[in-house]
Design a protein around this ligand. Structure first.
Ligand code: HEM
Length: 150
């Protein structure tokens, strides 16, 4: 299973899961999650985890009270990033996450809180083990790109 750097044929997506260095993907991560419904469930589960995990309180406080809008944006982003329709890019014209995160102080602590929420969400939607392992590294890399503090 490979989550390629050029997911959705867009090299600007910054993820990249490669296994055996080959492009031997039979199913995209998007498909492995069950397509649109599964990816939407993952985005929802991610923010539900952020809302409930005590350890995520610092990053929860960065967000507005209503998480509806951001759930939709994360779904759109992940759709393309995981190899499905590039909904975020089509809507916003870019997949660069640096600018939208710039107003927030994101250090290692915040990064790790974000990753813990995603790990929890992947478990909650019962993502296949193979995908969970590969996604961990790819999410780490993308989280590092939005980190703007030590
Ligand atoms: C590393 C820790 C991260 C923190 C603390 C963080 C926090 C935030 C915050 C506070 C916002 C704005 C929320 C709002 O408008 O109410 C946001 C937006 C967003 N985040 Fe993150 N984020 C992190 C990593 C990531 C990662 C790794 C991804 C993608 C895999 C991601 C995807 C998004 C998207 C798609 C948006 C919406 C951007 C837009 O407004 O167009 N974030 N994030």
């Amino acid at each position: 299973m490979i989550l390629r750097k050029d997911a959705s044929r867009d090299a600007r997506y910054q993820c990249g899961i490669e296994q055996n260095g080959k492009h031997a993907m039979r199913q995209s991560p998007y498909e492995m999650l069950g397509g649109e419904q599964g990816v939407r469930a993952l985005a929802n589960a991610f923010y539900d985890a952020m809302d409930s995990l005590e350890d995520a309180s610092q990053i929860r406080a960065m967000h507005g009270e209503d998480l509806g809008n951001i759930k939709e944006k994360l779904f759109e982003y992940l759709s393309g990033w995981l190899g499905g329709p590039a909904l975020y890019r089509e809507k916003y014209g870019t997949v660069c996450l640096t600018r939208p995160h710039a107003p927030y102080a994101i250090g290692e602590r915040e990064r790790d809180q974000w990753l813990a929420c995603m790990e929890r969400a992947l478990r909650d939607v019962e993502a296949p083990e193979e995908l969970r392992q590969a996604a961990k590294q790819a999410f780490f890399r993308i989280a590092e790109t939005v980190r703007n503090q030590a």
